[in-house]
Structure formats: C-alpha cells, structure tokens
Design a protein around this ligand. Structure first.
Ligand code: FES
Length: 177
C-alpha cells in the first residue's frame, strides 16, 4: 500500500470515529486514574471519626470543690477546669496579668468562679503544675497566675482558651461556645 493510500484511509469517516473513540477512552481511563490516586490524599484531609466524636465533650463539674482543679481531655489536649475561690477571683479581677500578654480576667472566663483553659504551656507545650498562686511549668520555669495569664517567660502567651458553654450549673460542654 502506498503512502497516499494510507493517508486516504486515515481520512475516512470510520477511521475518524475510531480515533475519537480511542481519544475519549484514553481520557476516561486517565481521569479514573487521577481520581483513584488523589483519593487517599483527599480522604486523609477529612477528620477521623474518633476526632469528630470528641470535638465536644460534656464534663460534670458538680464534684469539683472550690479551690480544686480538674484536668480533662479534649481533642487530645489537657484542659484545666479550675473552681476558683472568692479570694482568687477578686485578686485576678484586680489585675490584667503581666506586660507579656496583658488581658482582663473577665475576658478569660464565662463565670468568674470557673477558669477553663488548655493545660499546655505556650512555650513548648509542657503541662504546667498547679501551685497556690497559679501554675508553674517545670520544663523552663514559666509561671502563670490563677487566670492562666503568663507572669514569667519564656512562655510568650497566656494559657490558651477554648470554646465552651455551661449546659447547667453542673455541666460544661467543651468544644462549642
Ligand atoms: S515548655 Fe513551659 S517553659 Fe518551656
């Protein structure tokens, strides 16, 4: 067969249909391949079901005596729930903490008797220990007051707040404001 005969055959309608079919089929297979390859990445961006189920946690606070702290877990982090005494409340309301990260106590609590904060030092994430005057981080010596405000560095920030609400006088819901 000569070259001109072969060129002519490529221009025939059946040959064009066949070419279009092959192009479409190739695109479809490539599309399926891309979706299949991307799926693990897209899927990994969705929160795991155990994370979703723990996005809110209900806590019974009726058993926490005045002056006591209860540490609970929320989204794999410790949360301090501190039932403050009247003396501690008035001392915290009289100050805005230190110059490192000044903040009014009122802006850190929903009810003055309850302080609810993430229990991780804002320096490198150690868990501070409760002391009479607030918290002390054993890793590098940062100190926080009874409002969770930073008093002594190296921590650069107050203990972080989290969304929460009171469901009743004895029940707290962490994770939702
Ligand atoms: S981690 Fe707390 S002071 Fe460094």
């Amino acid at each position: 067969m000569s070259t001109s005969e072969s060129d002519n055959e490529a221009d025939l309608p059946e040959a064009k249909d066949r070419r279009h079919f092959l192009e479409k089929a190739t695109c479809a297979v490539a599309g399926v391949g891309i979706v299949a390859a991307a799926w693990p990445f897209v899927s990994s961006m969705n929160p795991a079901s155990n994370v979703l189920s723990k996005s809110t946690v209900e806590i019974d606070i009726g058993s926490i005596k005045t002056g006591e702290v209860k540490t609970v877990e929320w989204q794999s982090k410790p949360v301090f729930i501190f039932h403050r005494t009247p003396t501690q409340i008035s001392a915290m309301q009289d100050s805005t903490g230190s110059e490192i990260d000044p903040q009014a106590d009122d802006d850190r609590v929903l009810k003055p008797e309850w302080l609810v904060v993430i229990g991780l030092c804002t320096h490198l994430g150690c868990v501070p220990s409760k002391k009479q005057e607030g918290w002390f981080c054993p890793c590098h010596g940062s100190r926080y007051d009874n409002s969770g405000r930073i008093l002594r560095s190296p921590a650069p920030k107050n203990l972080h707040l989290l969304p929460y609400q009171f469901l009743s006088a004895d029940k707290l819901l962490l994770g939702k404001a």
